[in-house]
Design a protein around this ligand. Sequence first.
Ligand SMILES: [Zn+2]
Ligand SMILES: [Zn+2]
Length: 132
Amino acid sequence: MIEGGCLCGAVRYALSKPALRTCLCHCEDCRKASGAHAVAWTFFHTGALEWTKGIPKMIRFAERERSFCGDCGTPLMFFDPAIPHLFEVSTCSLDEPDRFPPEDQCWLVDALGWSGAVHALPRYDETSPLPE
Ligand SMILES: [Zn+2]
Ligand SMILES: [Zn+2]
């Protein structure tokens, strides 16, 4: 069983089928919906998901459904009715996201200009220097 949930713990879910594929999405909609420069997603077959605690909020934008915690805002799920046999869970809402590393990057047509250079930035194990 694969499990996950939101930051505040109000919404939890479980997946009864294996992950099919992973990706790191740079599309503008994912960026806006998350506030992050890219979003890691893990694909499952429709029907694999059970909400085990709480009920997420859902918005329909650009004819696609995005579920998120109504209390803390964590993005949880993406569903495109044009691809009804699949849905995506936000990899970083999974309890063990390191088990699902992205296999590719998609929607690079929308990627921010600096997103390809982040690996070369100075690195800190914890917080970086703060401005005065
Ligand atoms: Zn929450
Ligand atoms: Zn996207």
